[in-house]
Ligand binder design. Structure first.
Ligand code: NAP
Length: 239
């Protein structure tokens, strides 16, 4: 689980622990938050280890996988949850630094983690990967962050291609595309109240919760989804 210190990642770590998975979770900045999630995972009866690793850095990714396997055991599932946005606004006003960071974390980071999982899981002849896309991938996010939307469209495409590459090896690859979910990610775009404010414009008339996204991720990792690969499950309240 990449990016397990809060939000969808934290909810997913807990949900997967309750489903019987042992968990390796990563973070970049907030060690204390990651440690609190790990305590909750342990309290749910699973084994858990916490790793500091920036998914956009190849050396961090390789070390993260090596240490996760050493501490927890062979890799059976991967949730590529780590993702970033940047300040809301039209592309014309976006900084090159923000464009680069969003692409580095949301595209390169997912590719680096998928590449390592592809190697390990293919060798084992089994495994499941779930990538965090976004409803933005098909909505385009005009005026908000078209670069973020484009990065998530890349996630959809790499999910489809990798599912076809790895299917013969017994490895499934899927994505979950959340709509507007009530997490701290919106504060990073300068709009901490975005989820609450968006509610009336969503067909189901409310933002989603991290637990509702975690449920879809858990299903895709489970044997109930044994014949599901190369798909994007939209959890977006009708958006
Ligand atoms: P969040 O609350 O901002 O949490 C992001 C998590 O990712 C944190 O644990 C953060 O850890 C970690 N992270 C960030 N950059 C990282 C990096 N380079 N390497 C490793 N970990 C990193 O976000 P969220 O709302 O839960 O979103 C999770 C995923 O769902 C993202 O991919 C996001 O794009 C996607 N999504 C969210 C929404 C939504 O409305 N919330 C909608 C659609 C899609 P640190 O704080 O320690 O850095």
């Amino acid at each position: 689980m990449t990016g397990g210190s809060r939000g969808i990642g934290a909810a997913t770590a807990l949900r997967l622990a309750r489903d019987g998975h042992d968990i390796a979770l990563s973070y970049v900045h907030d060690e204390g938050a990651a440690a609190r999630v790990a305590d909750a995972v342990l309290a749910a009866g699973a084994r858990c280890t916490v790793l500091r690793a920036d998914t956009s850095q190849e050396a961090d990714v390789e070390r993260m996988f090596d240490e996760a396997v050493d501490r927890i055991g062979p890799l059976t599932g991967l949730v590529n949850n780590a993702g970033v946005t940047s300040a809301l606004g039209p592309l014309a006003e976006a900084s090159t630094e923000d464009l680069r960071r969003v692409v580095d974390v949301n595209v390169l980071g997912v590719l680096l983690c998928c590449r390592r999982a592809a190697r390990d899981m293919s060798a084992a002849g089994a495994g499941a990967i779930v990538n965090l896309s976004s409803a933005a991938a098909t909505l385009g996010s005009p005026g908000d962050y078209v670069h973020y939307a484009a990065s998530k469209a890349a996630v959809d495409t790499l999910t489809l291609g990798l599912a076809k590459e790895l299917g013969p090896a017994g490895v499934r690859v899927n994505a979950v595309a959340p709509g507007i979910i009530d997490t701290e990610i919106h504060a990073a775009s300068g709009a901490p109240d975005r989820a609450a404010q968006a509610g009336p414009g969503i067909p189901l008339r409310r933002p989603g919760s991290a637990d509702e996204v975690a449920a879809a991720i858990a299903w895709l990792l489970s044997d109930d989804a044994a014949y599901t690969t190369g798909t994007v499950v939209r959890v977006a309240g009708g958006r």
